[in-house]
Design a protein around this ligand. Structure first.
Ligand SMILES: [Zn+2]
Length: 246
């Protein structure tokens, strides 16, 4: 597993100070707790931005409430007559807030982000990565989950056949049905993986609570495995849809 990516790239840069620039008392994360002035963003990850532990089970309604509360307090209208620095900081805090919220509210994005903070580089199986790989003829880093080799091989053969048929302007209903059935199976697998991921979250959160380094690494690797598997299957489903709709 590649671990070269530094987590520092996930953290926004800023001037980290422990006291409020305006009144000099201990500052809170976004606004001074004493004078209420907006503070310059400090280098923090998204969990810390929301004062959350690096756990995966989140109280989503509470997160949403906090997001709207901070959005309201950071609204540009409120800084229209503030000095240039404060305007700038409120914009920076606002953009950080949006990024943090978008990432944390989504179960998969949240997990991927946490794994990147843990120094893990996930396989890039996004649509754009696939398209770039196709366009450049470059091999994309994509490993077939070993227990799926046979299934994937069969599916690819059938997709080839269907593509050829479509070119000739004919459709074999039996082949279409078979491919449709497999697509459904893969979609069910995706659903099952989402449930499985939530089970792993619980174990992760327990490992954080018990401060077990060994357990944390074990669970981290389980999540990486699951997410890579998930994006692999998601890509398969996408490929099948493309051929069916072509
Ligand atoms: Zn202050």
């Amino acid at each position: 597993m590649a671990e070269q990516q530094s987590s520092s790239s996930l953290i926004v840069s800023g001037d980290a100070t422990a006291t409020c620039w305006s009144c000099g008392t201990m500052r809170a994360e976004h606004f001074c707790s004493a004078c209420g002035k907006v503070q310059p963003p400090v280098p923090v990850d998204y969990f810390t931005f929301f004062a959350l532990p690096k756990k995966l089970n989140l109280d989503l309604p509470a997160l949403e409430k906090e997001f709207y509360e901070l959005s309201r307090r950071l609204h540009p209208d409120l800084f229209a007559r503030a000095d240039a620095r404060e305007q700038q900081w409120s914009l920076e805090q606002s953009s950080l807030l949006n990024d943090a919220y978008r990432t944390l509210k989504d179960p998969v994005k949240r997990t991927e982000y946490l794994l990147r903070l843990e120094g893990v580089e996930l396989e890039d199986q996004s649509k754009s990565a696939t398209e770039t790989a196709r366009a450049t003829g470059e091999m994309k880093k994509q490993v077939v989950p070993p227990d799926m080799l046979e299934e994937v091989f069969d599916l690819n053969m059938q997709l080839e056949e269907l593509r050829a048929q479509k070119k000739m302007g004919e459709d074999d209903p039996a082949l279409l049905e078979e491919i449709g059935r497999q697509k459904l199976e893969f979609e069910e697998k995706l659903e099952a993986l989402s449930h499985e991921l939530q089970g792993i979250w619980r174990k992760w959160d327990q490992a954080i609570d018990s401060n077990s380094e060994q357990e944390r690494i074990k669970i981290r690797d389980q999540m990486v495995d699951l997410l890579n598997r998930r994006s692999y299957i998601r890509n398969l489903v996408r490929d099948v849809s493309e051929v069916l709709e072509s």
